[in-house]
Design a protein around this ligand. Structure first.
Ligand code: AHM
Ligand code: MG
Length: 334
């Protein structure tokens, strides 16, 4: 039987091969993984750990915070602030950026996260996850760190991934050399490489969208879904299946595993908002993973990774997954 490759070994080998991962970035990814392990334990305890339910507070987006949203946010901050690899962090659950306190050394990386994605699924025991993205502090910004430093296009990410807390806990990672998946071995307490070079099939018969919003969609999205629903008798000439987990991590994990298309488009409910999902914490890391696995990701008009963010909590319309389907929906917008 071939030797098991741990996350640590995978990262050390990535560092050795062509210096793809500098030591500080390797440390950062390991620490994020360690925090995810702790979050996974908290999730697993559920009612026994008194972690379910609402925390009685709202976040910056006006959404009710769950206890686990806050626990996960704190785990990520505590795990990452002392290592010397980071300059600052930004989170979906915090209004402003969190600058590493000056009692610790300052590093050159910026960490962004959605500490617990799929919050509405926490209490019903359905898969949820942590999404993260890593940027480098722009050159020349030697005078501390500001929110402006985080406003970089997704194409400039140096690492991105998520950890899904489902039947298994799986960490999915890219550092720009394809996508690798690591399953948590609970007995050993370590992440073990279980899939490398993840590839999303170019075609699919599976779509994911919140159908209850149909009456609010824009014409191109409506057209695309109508054609899928028409099945074999319609213009697509094949039957489609639908899945909607309402945890982006779980929907994207399915797509990385067997293909499919995911849409959370702009809709008329809140016309001034470009979409529901957050560009920096959700769309960018997921888009890079999907592209690294041979898929495609757009906001209907442009490649998401090329969008220049204008604010920390910016929202965006998201269409990602199997290349030919994303290409089709995007062409309907032209
Ligand atoms: P969250 O980060 O507060 O959990 O919100 C993001 C989630 C995504 O995971 C998911 O795709 C979407 O919101 C589900 O939204 P809806 O409940 O409108 O279907
Ligand atoms: Mg989220």
């Amino acid at each position: 039987m071939p030797a098991r490759v741990s996350l640590t070994r995978y990262l050390v080998e990535q560092q050795r091969v062509d210096g793809r991962i500098p030591p500080q970035l390797r440390l950062l990814i390991e620490i994020v993984a360690r925090a995810c392990k702790k979050i996974s334990h908290a999730v697993e305890k559920g009612a026994l750990g008194d972690v379910l339910g609402s925390a009685g507070t709202d976040n910056v987006q006006g959404e009710v915070q769950k206890k686990l949203d806050i626990i996960a946010n704190e785990e990520l901050i505590e795990a990452n602030e002392w290592g010397g690899h980071l300059a600052a962090m930004a989170s979906e659950e915090m209004e402003g950026i969190y600058v590493v306190p000056n009692r610790y050394p300052q590093g050159e990386y910026l960490l962004l996260f959605d500490p617990l994605d799929g919050s509405s699924n926490i209490d019903v025991n359905v898969s949820i996850g942590t999404i993260f993205s890593v940027l480098k502090k722009p050159d020349g910004s030697n005078h501390g760190v500001s929110e402006q430093d985080f406003l970089q296009a997704g194409a400039r990410q140096v690492a991105a991934g998520y950890c899904i807390y489902g039947p298994q806990t799986t960490l999915v990672l890219t550092v720009g050399d394809g996508v690798a998946m690591f399953t948590l071995d609970r007995e050993q307490g370590s992440f073990v490489l279980t899939q490398e070079d993840v590839q999303i099939p170019e075609d699919t018969k599976e779509f994911a969208i919140n159908m209850s919003n149909m009456r609010h969609w824009d014409a191109p999205v409506k057209r695309y879904i109508d054609e899928c629903l028409a099945g074999k008798e319609g213009p697509r000439g094949k039957d489609f299946n639908m899945r909607w987990i309402a945890s982006m991590v779980a929907d994207v994990h399915r797509i990385l595993t067997r293909g499919g298309i995911f849409l959370y488009p702009w809709d008329k409910r809140e016309p001034e908002k470009p979409g529901k999902l957050r560009l920096l914490y959700e769309a960018n890391p997921m888009s890079w993973l999907v592209e690294q696995a041979g898929g495609m990701s757009t906001n209907g008009k442009q490649r998401i990774l090329d969008l220049q963010p204008t604010k920390l909590h910016e929202r965006v319309s998201v269409i990602l997954g199997s290349k030919n389907e994303v290409e089709r929906v995007t062409s309907y917008h032209r």
